[in-house]
Ligand binder design. Structure first.
Ligand code: PMV
Length: 360
């Protein structure tokens, strides 16, 4: 296991003038939610997520030596066009990771990025985006230091991604990733995400996630503000303890494939996340009326048909519908018949569990 100090390099054995790399990294959906953080993006509680497969960011990083610049130097393109409003986030990310990647000021970078999912769909692109950028930067470091091990490469990539956006650290690897120190999960760390190390029942193989786009608008309250409001939150300590308890319960659930218990934990986590928002000071609500309509429809369908389908929510109004692969036809039929009417422009995205970041 590495610690933050292990990620500060001493020297590099190679020099490189210019070149480019390209990586894709997927989004992920948390089952036990991260909400609340300490300094340096250390999570207040551990979380676990399914890595997604189709919803991803593809980022090309071109670089050339830029002597004596003394500053970070980069251009940012989104879907091939300059995107000035993304730049401050990248600037801040570079500042946070500079001590771990001391070559950052030696190059001019062109970051060319695109998502496979519709822009402003309300899907968090920061997880896939920061992860894809971290992979490229690590790939450059690996070129400067080819002796680096695979383990170091991926753990440091996740560590760096975390400093860009917390949940991004869970997008480096698949299929189930734990982030945050949990006594009963070997290798788990507050500093980076690790692949879930124990047995996972076949019931969860190719688990499906259909994302219903309820509201594609800009969120009224950002995740950053939301995390902050967990400081001095009246229920914070109990909530953080509950996340540990739920993660422990999931170990047995993953092992046995108990879908009923899985559903209970996952839906409770989603509603607890939103309950924390509603009980913050100031309080806020990110769900929309259609979010609640969908939840009620899912509950009714599950009761009427005994189909093991459930929902989860991110920090937004969209609903992730989770279900095993063997009920895919039936659930998709239900979604088309009963749920798409609650989506903006009837839009939804079909995804499933994926493997993590890939080099192109
Ligand atoms: O990674 P951030 O800071 O955008 O936080 C995201 C937190 C949730 O998506 C609400 C939960 C999670 O664990 O992904």
């Amino acid at each position: 296991m590495f610690t933050a100090n292990d990620f500060i390099p001493n020297s590099y054995s190679k020099t490189i003038e210019n070149g480019s790399f390209q990586w894709s990294a997927p989004s992920n959906i948390a089952l036990v939610k991260y909400w609340g953080k300490k300094t340096n993006q250390i999570p207040a509680n551990p979380s676990v997520s399914f890595t997604l497969n189709h919803c991803k960011t593809i980022t090309k990083l071109a670089f050339e030596k830029n002597r004596n610049s003394g500053n970070f130097s980069f251009d940012l393109l989104f879907e091939g066009k300059p995107k000035e409003d993304f730049k401050p986030k990248i600037q801040k990310f570079f500042e946070r990771i500079e001590s771990y990647l001391p070559f950052l000021k030696d190059y001019h970078f062109t970051i060319d990025t695109q998502n496979t999912f519709p822009h402003s769909s309300g899907i968090a692109s920061s997880a896939s985006g920061m992860s894809a950028l971290a992979m490229n930067l690590m790939r450059l470091e690996k070129a400067l230091n080819p002796e680096m091990t695979e383990e170091y490469f991926y753990q440091k990539a996740s560590f760096l991604a975390r400093l860009g956006s917390g949940s991004a650290c869970r997008s480096v690897k698949g299929k189930v990733v734990v982030w945050g120190n949990q006594a009963n999960i070997k290798g788990s760390s507050d500093e980076y995400g690790v692949e879930y190390p124990y047995r996972i029942h076949d019931n969860f193989k190719n688990y499906q996630d259909t994302i219903l786009l309820v509201d594609k608008g800009e969120k009224q309250v950002s995740s950053t503000v939301g995390h902050d409001l967990m400081h001095n939150h009246p229920f914070a300590e109990r909530r953080f303890a509950q996340a540990h308890e739920n993660l422990d319960k999931l170990i047995a659930i993953f092992e046995k494939g108990n879908l009923e218990e899985f559903i209970q934990i996952v839906e409770s986590e989603a509603l607890t996340l939103h309950a924390m928002m509603m009980t913050s000071m100031p309080y806020f609500i990110l769900m929309k009326p259609n979010t609640l309509e969908i939840i009620n429809r899912i509950w009714k369908f599950r009761k009427d048909t005994q189909t093991p389908v459930c929902f989860t929510l991110d920090a937004g109004a969209n609903v992730h519908v989770l279900y095993p692969e063997n009920v895919k036809e039936k659930v998709l039929q239900f979604i088309k018949a009963e749920l798409v009417g609650y989506c903006q422009n009837e839009q939804y995205i079909c995804d499933d569990i994926g493997e993590g970041a890939i080099e192109y």
